[in-house]
Design a protein around this ligand. Structure first.
Ligand SMILES: Nc1nc2c(ncn2[C@@H]2O[C@@H]3COP(=O)(O)O[C@H]4[C@@H](O)[C@H](n5cnc6c(=O)[nH]c(N)nc65)O[C@@H]4COP(=O)(O)O[C@H]3[C@H]2O)c(=O)[nH]1
Length: 844
């Protein structure tokens, strides 16, 4: 038998199992058919004249009657006894009614049989009216009992009191029927048959029986309980049987006997109903419960196993257990469970605990699975009696997937997904351990910070896929270069970190050892790579820091190694550098400066100085704006100190925007003053700023917002800025030129100074770098360079201006060579705006 299939049949549908529903449907058909048959039989009976005798002679009639009545009496007593014994079961609500009611019915029917005409005297003489009285009482109490049953009424009495009530009513009726029958209406007249009282009484009973039958039928439909259908049919048969008791003339008439037969049939149905209630139903419930539990076991996602506690062999296992240990179900029974434990001691300990009377719950066990990966289960064990044997019940909740997921999560938390190397978190942990070991044994350790040179270029030019493959290959090579106890990790991007342990106790020796490993790494990483059939090359810059005691902080060690790596990078890449404290100081200062610069921008500590530009007649022709940082602690800071870092960090972009805005606003303001109306303003623009994608838009916007005259604005770009991506630069310069803005090439002469490029660039002016001006009078070389530059600008039709003019000799020299614009301390140093305005006023 398959418990699952079996359970499905027993599964409740609207409170009833499929089986119950089918059985009820069958029973209903049977009941209805039975009722129709009973009516038909009655109809036939009623058409037969009443004189027909069924028995030959009085004696045989008595025997037949007694037999028929005995059957009913036995069943009535049966109902009483079964109800007595099932009083405490779920049918108890009807039990006390049945005890009391059917005890009266049984007593009445017994005395009815004993007082039947022709029977020997019982208490008094037997007679038909007496027998009829007990008959009518029996039926009356019977129909009332059934009615109470149909409406589910309960006698508020105990079992014993219900019995006592039944005995008392029975005794009262027997006494009345035996000694005071005269007080009861006449029911039978010899030779005439039953009286109309008796007939109407029977008709009333018939009606009541039928009403009760209907009520019971409705109850059966509502509850789905089979017994109510049977009780309903029983009541119906009893009811229509009553009609035949209205038709006989002599007690031995066929109709009387036929009525008794109906009663026997009705009682047979009653017996069936009580049998179902009291005998079959409990077994049925037990069977269903058993099936339900089996089903639960079979469909349980938890593996269940029962082992004999003496032989230790499996005596029961559900399907899930068979799946868990990867064996066909039929092979599981008889196996020794200990064979499946990865650590058999686990199971032995469990058995010991159980023997001591303890249960073992939620124990994590690892199971050996034939032909498969080991499984993890959360197991609980209990002692149990199973099929009369002492047994061990084991529940196993398969947590292999959870364990795998846990391992995966742990791996993800501590390992880099691309290279599978320990990540920063795990590295810090290992570094802490290495520091502790080093403190204990006094041996040096080392942190190697490895950064791939030009990895970004490889990534950009060859694609990220190749970049990823390169990182994976680098990880492999790094692991190959170190010992087993050392840690190789990836911090992210192209940065790797190696922690070397147990180096020498001597500093120099440890440094040599660390350098040897670093050199091996450097050489190995610079070997060519074949990635997706494409050859690829890279080198690495390695920074090293040695450590020896736990006083070192892992974060600091990483920072120092990073600094050393940076040092290696600035020393030309593909090199190794040990950490140097002065380098760290410089880096820290830089970092500090960067933070301060951001703050300065926020707090508007940047301001502009103006330096006059004049022509050969010393007339003011314009000015150059030069940035200053008014530091709250360090005073005025020159741009030479912060512009390079601002460029490196990108801060030059917001700073440059700010300069442009102030300069243009100032230019617009000058429009209203005759003294300044014609002055040009030169603004330095850094390469980063100029190459911003929307620089043209920025210019456009700043001009629009400020209202400055673009033709008076001059942007100073260095030669290197212009030559970086020359085509794009030219295009951009042309766009800006269209706005009316002109360009001056700053620091000319210090760079490439190619005539070919100069010709193509939309410049209006060239600014000779002050380094040539400084010694122009004394240095023939500088003099000839300046002369060439001036000649070149003439050829190209460009203006020329000399910066850093500090004395008259320099100025005259330049003038003589054809340079007619000057800027320098000879005229004025860069000064704040108010000073600049005073200066202009004084000059005028
Ligand atoms: N010894 C000497 N020096 C003279 C003389 N006349 C002018 N100078 C200095 O020469 C520098 C000329 O500026 P620069 O070549 O554009 O060189 C500038 C420029 O490249 C950059 N800079 C200044 N302001 C800005 C700015 O707003 N944006 C950008 N991107 N760079 C700026 O900082 C550099 C240095 O600026 P400063 O320190 O102001 O230095 C200025 C100026 O003070 C002189 O007769 N003798």
């Amino acid at each position: 038998m398959n418990p699952v299939v079996d359970y499905m049949l027993e599964r409740p549908v609207a409170g009833l199992s499929v089986r119950d529903l089918k059985a009820n449907a069958r029973l209903k058909k049977f009941a209805l058919a039975f009722c129709v048959l009973a009516i038909f039989a009655l109809f036939i009976t009623m058409t037969i004249p009443p004189i027909t005798k069924v028995a030959h002679g009085q004696t045989s009639m008595l025997a037949v009657h007694l037999l028929l009545e005995l059957f009913a009496i036995i069943i009535a007593i049966h109902v009483v006894t079964i109800s007595w014994h099932t009083f405490d079961t779920k049918y108890e609500h009807s039990a006390n009614i049945l005890i009391c009611g059917f005890l009266i019915v049984a007593s009445c029917d017994l005395v009815h049989a004993l007082t039947y005409e022709g029977m020997p005297p019982f208490l008094t003489e037997s007679s038909t009216p007496r027998a009829i009285f007990f008959w009518l009482m029996g039926r009356t109490f019977e129909v009332v009992t059934m009615w109470l049953l149909a409406i589910n009424w309960t006698l508020p009495l105990s079992r014993k009191l219900s019995l006592l009530l039944g005995v008392m009513i029975s005794a009262l009726l027997i006494w009345f029927g035996s000694y005071s029958i005269e007080a009861f209406p006449v029911t039978f007249i010899n030779g005439q048959g039953v009286t109309s009282f008796k007939a109407y009484y029977e008709y009333s009973l018939c009606l009541l029986y039928i009403v009760v039958a209907i009520l019971l039928w409705q109850r059966a439909n509502r509850s789905g309980e089979t017994r109510y259908y049977l009780l309903a049919v029983s009541s119906f048969v009893m009811g229509i049987g009553e009609i035949s008791f209205t038709a006989y003339v002599a007690p031995s008439d066929f109709q009387n006997i036929f009525g008794h037969v109906y009663k026997v049939v009705a009682y047979a149905l009653l017996y069936w109903a009580t049998f179902i209630i009291n005998i079959r139903a409990p077994f049925e419930t037990v069977r269903k419960n058993e099936m339900r539990f089996r089903y639960m076991l079979e469909t349980s996602p938890i593996a269940v196993r029962i082992t004999d506690s003496s032989s230790h062999k499996v005596i029961f296992a559900n399907q899930r257990y068979a799946e868990l240990i990867n064996l066909p179900r039929e092979q599981v029974v008889g196996t020794d469970p200990i064979l499946f434990y990865l650590n058999p001691q686990d199971y032995k300990n469990v058995l010991q605990q159980l023997e001591k009377g303890f249960s073992v719950t939620d124990k994590m066990v690892e199971l050996k699975i034939p032909g498969a990966q080991a499984a993890w289960a959360l197991a609980s064990y209990f002692m149990l009696e199973y099929e009369n044997k002492q047994a061990v019940l084991g529940w196993f909740y398969d947590v292999t997937n959870l364990k795998d997921a846990e391992a995966k999560i742990q791996h993800m938390a501590f390992y880099d997904a691309l290279t599978q190397l320990p990540n920063r978190r795990l590295l810090m942990d290992r570094l802490n351990q290495a520091l502790a070991t080093s403190t204990r044994n006094g041996q040096y350790g080392a942190v190697l910070f490895i950064d791939l040179d030009r990895f970004k270029t490889i990534n950009d030019t060859k694609g990220h896929e190749i970049g990823d493959l390169l990182l994976i290959e680098v990880a492999k090579r790094l692991q190959y270069c170190v010992r087993e106890g050392d840690t190789v990790s990836r911090l992210g991007g192209d940065e790797f970190l190696v922690v070397l342990e147990t180096l020498s106790t001597d500093t120099d020796e440890a440094a040599i050892q660390a350098e040897m490993v670093a050199e091996k790494i450097r050489a190995t990483l610079s070997e060519p790579y074949m990635l997706k059939e494409r050859s690829c090359y890279t080198t690495s810059s390695i920074g090293i820091i040695l450590f020896t005691s736990h006083q070192e902080n892992p974060d600091d060690l990483l920072r120092y190694a990073d600094t050393a790596m940076y040092q290696a990078k600035t020393s030309g890449r593909n090199t190794i550098r040990f950490y140097d404290a002065s380098m760290q100081l410089a880096i820290d200062t830089r970092a500090e400066l960067e933070d301060e610069m951001r703050l300065a921008l926020k707090n508007q500590q940047f301001c502009l100085y103006y330096q006059i530009q004049v022509d050969n007649l010393r007339h003011s022709i314009g000015a150059e704006v030069l940035l200053r940082w008014q530091h709250p602690e360090h005073g005025l800071i020159s741009p030479a100190q912060f512009i390079p870092l601002a460029e490196e960090t990108g801060l030059i972009i917001p700073i440059g925007k700010c300069v442009l805005q102030i300069a243009c606003t100032q230019l617009a303001a000058w429009q209203n003053d005759a003294l300044t109306r014609d002055l040009t303003l030169a603004v330095n623009v850094s390469a980063k700023q100029f190459h911003e994608v929307d620089f043209v838009n920025q210019m456009q916007q700043v001009l629009l917002e400020s209202g400055a005259n673009p033709s008076l604005l001059k942007l100073e770009l260095t030669e290197s800025t212009m030559l970086e991506n020359i085509e794009e630069t030219i295009a951009k310069m042309r766009e800006i030129e269209m706005l009316g803005v002109s360009f001056s090439m700053d620091d000319f002469g210090t760079g490439y100074s190619s005539l070919q490029y100069l010709k193509r660039l939309p410049l209006s002016q060239i600014k000779i770098d002050q380094s040539f001006i400084r010694d122009i009078v004394s240095d023939a070389n500088d003099a000839s360079i300046v002369q060439t530059i001036i000649a070149m600008t003439e050829t190209l039709g460009l203006n020329v201006i000399a910066e850093g003019v500090e004395n008259e000799e320099q100025c005259q020299f330049l003038e003589l060579r054809g340079c007619h614009a000057f800027q320098g301390y000879l005229f004025s140093k860069p000064v704040p705006l108010d000073e600049f305005m005073i200066f202009l006023n004084n000059r005028s």
